[in-house]
Design a protein around this ligand. Structure first.
Ligand code: GLC
Length: 660
């Protein structure tokens, strides 16, 4: 059944929870009456969401068996949950906005590149706390296939930790230490595909029909050719096409990413049940946020690009309902790096409002920040960001300047056209600019996966390289170094000033450059994303308190942004960031309206002095008769228009104005 032909009343049908399905009562028998009662209350609360999600995806005759099986898994997970985690669930249920608060700050790293092992990560907790981190995303740490594993995104066993990082007990110990320090651990749940070496794929290749049905395997090219007509290529360079012939499987296997990453068939309810159990396992190991890797690709539909299909959101709704029953402290985060128009669905629109992922990456904001810095013009960003519909007040964006992946120029042709640009032309400009090819550019990035068919050229590189620091240091030009530091801090002011959870990718806080030796490690040669996945340099980290060094200036600047942010109620994720019309094409204005007063942020994205009309401050209660004088929260200073009636902003200056 598809989303479209579901009966509208499906969501509302008053289904009773089955009486003691599959012996759930027995599973809970060892618990206190209060805890048994709490489980029942949660089931009553979430059962309709679970059923509605499942019914939008699976035929009616499969839903009963699957929902009973899931309830059983939830009860087992609930019964096994440690007292400490149970207490966390209760605390979070009492403060459901815990992750939306302005004190949240994220950090993302590969455990080995950050600290060697999981035990080593615990040793870095003081560093994380110094920065103000409350959320730590450790990139894939579950056992991958050996050899090239796409940075760990080809998982061979979801219940084992990568042996060189430690064990599941070490993971439990780490989550306990992090929890004690007020830091939530985020772990990837790779659910679009498994490694070809995962037990399910091994069984499928050995001919087991039960496990063959976990995958999309075609006997000949008819199916693959039909799908390929409308499918894009994700890695056209090193993994062209979306299907791989596998001798053992006797056919063509769907492999959206690399040949060794086998896409799962989510139309099979057994796949759903397997992942539900993996999620409960990770939750009980103390993982607090599950990053739903490549979630956009989960559902395949002929004649489409097989991304963002409605079933993806129904599946997320059902998975979330299940977690809310067993472990409501756990959040879901959608990794959907998709076009602006598709993005908001991942936080819930229409009848899925507030029922799908709690968090999603704000890919559009990230792209627009780089676009503004290259063009020194905010008009495209204003157009694109204003067009993004509001998201549910119970959710939050993950804001970021860059991540461990490449940057793809997700710029909508319509948005570009509305401000007099060609979408194709602007994307080409950004690729030229950030790869260092554009005359006079400050950036020194690398082209990732040039696709001659579409003209797309994505970009790799650390923030320091893309924002001009590497080039300025290489040229020994102190003035350019200053500008680059200011540019990075300006970009991060936008990222931290948006609301939601800002995430720093390891190294940016100390201005780490792109890794010139990225290609020398086995398995990395063809994938220049490793240029922006360097190892933490202890010498650079050691300079963070020295204000005379670049690491010292960046570290102090970021800490200041995080500290000020934490003090501003306006930056709670439930208060949306509204982009205002530009007065000067070089100044991005963002407004947060809050019952305690307005916060008006102005960002000069150029290396010249730019202004904002003083009379526009009055509208926000920030100037004029009877109003408080505006104060810049970032410096604590008053901010009044000059004699010409304008508020002047220095190059790359950010101000966060409030009534004081
Ligand atoms: C996600 C990851 C990326 C990986 C892909 C396939 O997009 O962030 O690194 O290549 O999924 O798993």
């Amino acid at each position: 059944m598809t989303e479209d032909d579901r009966r509208p009343e499906d969501d509302r049908r008053p289904d009773a929870v089955p009486d003691d399905p599959a012996g759930v009562g027995g599973l809970l028998a060892g618990l206190s009456p209060d805890r048994r009662d709490l489980f029942d209350l949660r089931v009553d609360r979430w059962w309709p969401d679970l059923l509605a999600g499942l019914r939008a995806v699976y035929p009616a005759d499969q839903v009963d068996a699957l929902s009973t099986r899931l309830l059983h898994a939830a009860a087992a997970g609930y019964a096994e949950r440690e007292p400490d985690l149970h207490r966390l669930d209760q605390a979070r249920t009492l403060a459901p906005d815990w992750f939306q608060r302005p004190g949240m700050l994220g950090y993302a790293a590969y455990a080995d590149r950050f600290a060697g092992t999981l035990a080593g990560v615990a040793g870095q907790i003081p560093y994380l706390r110094e920065l103000g981190v409350t959320y730590l995303h450790l990139m894939p740490l579950l056992a991958p296939r050996s050899g090239d594993s796409d940075g760990g995104y080809a998982v061979a066993d979801y219940r084992t930790v990568r042996p060189d990082l430690g064990t599941v007990d070490d993971l439990r110990a780490l989550t306990r230490s992090l929890r004690g320090a007020g830091i939530s651990l985020v772990v990837d749940l790779v659910l679009n595909h498994v490694a070809r070496e995962h037990a399910w794929a091994v069984a499928a290749r050995a001919g087991d029909p039960h496990h063959r049905a976990y995958f999309h395997i075609f006997g000949d090219r008819t199916g693959p050719d039909a799908y390929e007509r409308t499918l894009p290529e994700i890695f056209p360079d090193f993994a062209p096409g979306n299907f791989t012939h596998d001798q053992a499987a006797g056919g063509w296997v769907w492999t959206t990413f690399n040949a060794f990453q086998w896409d799962l068939n989510w139309a099979n309810p057994d796949v759903f049940a397997e992942y539900a159990q993996i999620m409960l396992f990770l939750a009980n190991a103390g993982v607090e946020v599950l990053r739903l890797d490549a979630i956009a690709f989960l559902w395949k539909r002929l004649g489409t690009n097989c991304q963002n299909q409605p079933e993806v959101h129904a599946i997320t709704q059902a998975l979330r309902a299940l977690l809310r029953v067993a472990c409501p402290g756990v959040l879901l985060k959608a990794e959907a790096i998709v076009a602006p128009g598709d993005l908001v669905q991942y936080l819930g629109q229409g009848r899925r409002h507030g029922r799908v992922s709690d968090l999603a990456y704000h890919n559009s904001l990230m792209v627009q920040v780089w676009s503004m810095l290259a063009s020194r013009d905010v008009r495209l960003a204003v157009q694109a960001l204003r067009r993004i519909p509001p998201v549910p007040a119970s959710t939050a964006w993950i804001t970021y300047l860059r991540c461990h992946d490449d940057i793809g120029w997700a710029i909508d042709d319509g948005d570009a056209g509305a401000v007099g640009l060609s979408g194709y032309g602007h994307r080409a400009f950004l690729s030229d600019f950030y790869s260092g090819a554009f005359p006079g550019t400050f950036a020194r990035g690398l082209v990732f996966q040039a696709n001659p068919a579409t003209g797309d050229r994505r970009i790799s590189g650390m923030a320091a390289s893309l924002a001009g620091l590497d080039a300025a240091l290489a040229a020994g030009d102190a003035g350019q170094v200053d500008l680059a530091v200011d540019r990075i801090l300006l970009a991060y002011a936008i990222v931290l000033g948006w609301g939601g959870i800002p995430v720093l990718w390891m190294g940016d806080e100390i201005g780490a450059p792109s890794d010139p030796d990225w290609a020398t490690e086995p398995g990395h040669q063809a994938d220049n994303r490793w240029a922006h996945r360097p190892r933490l340099d202890p010498a650079r980290q050691g300079q963070r308190h020295d204000p005379g060094t670049v690491p010292g200036r960046l570290f102090a600047g970021l800490r200041r942004l995080a500290t000020v942010r934490a003090s501003l109620v306006h930056l709670h994720a439930g208060t949306p960031a509204q982009v205002l019309a530009a007065a000067d094409p070089g100044v991005l204005p963002v407004l947060h309206r809050h019952p305690q007063g307005d916060l008006l942020q102005l960002y000069n994205v150029t290396e010249q002095w730019r202004s904002w009309p003083g009379d526009r401050l009055a509208g926000y209660g920030l100037a004029g008769p009877g109003s408080a004088t505006a104060r810049d929260a970032l410096t604590g200073d008053g901010a009044a228009p000059g004699g010409d009636g304008n508020l002047w902003l220095a190059p790359y200056r950010a101000v966060w104005l409030h009534g004081g």
